[in-house]
Design a protein around this ligand. Structure first.
Ligand SMILES: [Zn+2]
Length: 446
């Protein structure tokens, strides 16, 4: 309760938005070229990674070879790649755009930076990429040319895009092309990141006034108007994914059947990610339409989802229960909801989460006994009774100490989705779904 609420800065700079559209190679030769280009990126990643690891080992053993510990940069890795490209035997790399293939080194530099980042302890060292277990993809990092419904692939030519339903007049910054399908029916998608100026008609403006508090719980989020936003239910898919993972573990490495299982597994994971993306987009849009300012708890999702296993000397308690909760927290997409709210809402304020679920939103009395059950809040001092999540959301809103009034807060028993939330504008649903603001640089790589 001591930390001051902090908020995102107001928006005056142009924003970036990413759209996912189909990319049609047009003929088999073009499709093959795209796969080969992605293969060249994978080749660059693997070779540069191997060279870097060797150089690092040399430094560890002998020192003074110009390479120290710490994170390599895009510049140093890129130089390594340029050398590799000009080496004898690698002439075939000249069939592909230098900038595109070199960009694999950018992802590697990002992966190394994350690996050395003390705030991201679970991020491992960059790994080699196996042909059949990596989604083929590449990035056009600059000089993106889009015209007449087509995308220009450097050193190859124009390829048709699916309909661009938004941002058609905006400047494209980067494009990430990915093959998202089984190899038998290759389907390519382009993730186009646009620079969108302030006040562009395709960007929905946030609600003009008001504030709303949101309590994010396992499986659902409740806002201070009383509306309950259900998160995604993925138990059926989770079970399927587990089954395929077990099957894959039994299959022989390098076998055709294992490869097939890998494809099915990737397909399921993609589907789940898509569903989660859609759900968090819908929820964040509804919340951003409700009020200008959104108040959230400053949850450290990473430390909350850390394993409860503990150490050998000091074994953790409730390991099983905690791991189940971890999965549920991750599945509920809290981080994604917050990330989407930061660019959809007018302002996001984060407050200290301590005791928001135990304090009375009417008189401020804070006690564990205020919660007779998981769902019910009943104040021991003033007798106020409410839905526990709703009470917490009202507390979260109050904690921000905002000058302007809340949106219909303190309405006892305000039911979900009643009059509190304005109807979804019809025009918006006809347009394409905008993807998250940034292409996840560093996470995905060719
Ligand atoms: Zn009370």
């Amino acid at each position: 309760m001591t930390s001051k609420p902090h908020s995102t800065e107001p928006k005056s700079r142009p924003v970036t938005r990413t759209l996912r559209v189909r990319l049609y190679p047009g003929n088999a030769a073009n499709g093959l070229y795209l796969e080969q280009l992605a293969g060249a990126c994978r080749f660059a990643w693997n070779r540069v990674l191997a060279e870097h690891q060797t150089a690092y080992r040399m430094w560890r053993s002998f020192g003074k070879l110009g390479l120290g510990p710490g994170s390599p940069t895009f510049f140093t890795l890129g130089k390594r790649f340029t050398k590799l490209r000009n080496a004898p035997g690698n002439e075939w790399l000249h069939d592909y755009s230098h900038a595109i293939v070199k960009y694999a080194c950018k992802y590697m530099a990002d992966a190394y930076a994350a690996f050395f980042d003390p705030d991201r302890p679970d991020h491992g060292c960059p790994q080699f990429k196996a042909k059949y277990y990596t989604e083929p993809g590449f990035t056009i990092p600059s000089n993106v040319r889009i015209g007449d419904g087509s995308l220009y692939i450097p050193k190859r030519g124009w390829m048709r895009l699916g309909p661009l339903r938004r941002y058609a007049d905006c400047k494209p910054l980067t494009v990430r092309c990915k093959q998202e399908s089984e190899r038998r029916q290759p389907t390519w998608y382009a993730y186009i990141t646009f620079e969108v100026p302030v006040g562009h008609p395709d960007v929905c403006p946030p609600a003009g006034h008001g504030a709303v508090g949101v309590d994010r719980n396992v499986g659902q989020a409740t806002d201070s108007t009383g509306a309950v936003h259900s998160m995604l239910e993925t138990t059926v898919e989770d079970a399927k994914i587990k089954r395929y993972q077990r099957r894959m573990a039994r299959q022989q490495k390098g076998s055709k059947r294992r490869r097939g299982t890998g494809g099915k597994l990737r397909k399921l994971n993609r589907k789940q990610a898509r569903r989660r993306d859609t759900t968090t987009h819908q929820i964040s849009r509804k919340i951003a339409d409700t009020a200008h300012t959104v108040v959230l708890e400053d949850l450290d999702t990473k430390s909350m989802t850390k394993s409860a296993k503990g150490t050998v000397e000091n074994p953790g308690r409730n390991v099983k229960a905690k791991s189940g909760l971890n999965r549920a927290i991750l599945a509920s997409g809290w981080g994604q909801l917050e990330q989407k709210l930061t660019y959809k809402a007018g302002q996001v304020v984060k407050v200290d989460p301590a005791y928001t679920s135990q304090a009375c939103s009417r008189c401020g009395h804070t006690a564990k006994s205020n919660r007779p059950s998981q769902a019910v809040f009943a104040c021991g001092a003033c007798g106020f009774q409410a839905n526990a999540d709703h009470n917490a959301a009202v507390n979260i809103l109050a904690r921000a100490g905002l000058p302007h009034g809340p949106v219909q807060a303190h309405v006892p028993g305000a039911s979900a989705r009643g009059g509190a939330i304005p109807p979804w504008p019809a025009a918006r649903s006809a347009k394409g779904t905008p993807m998250s603001r940034e292409p996840e640089l560093g996470r995905e790589s060719p």
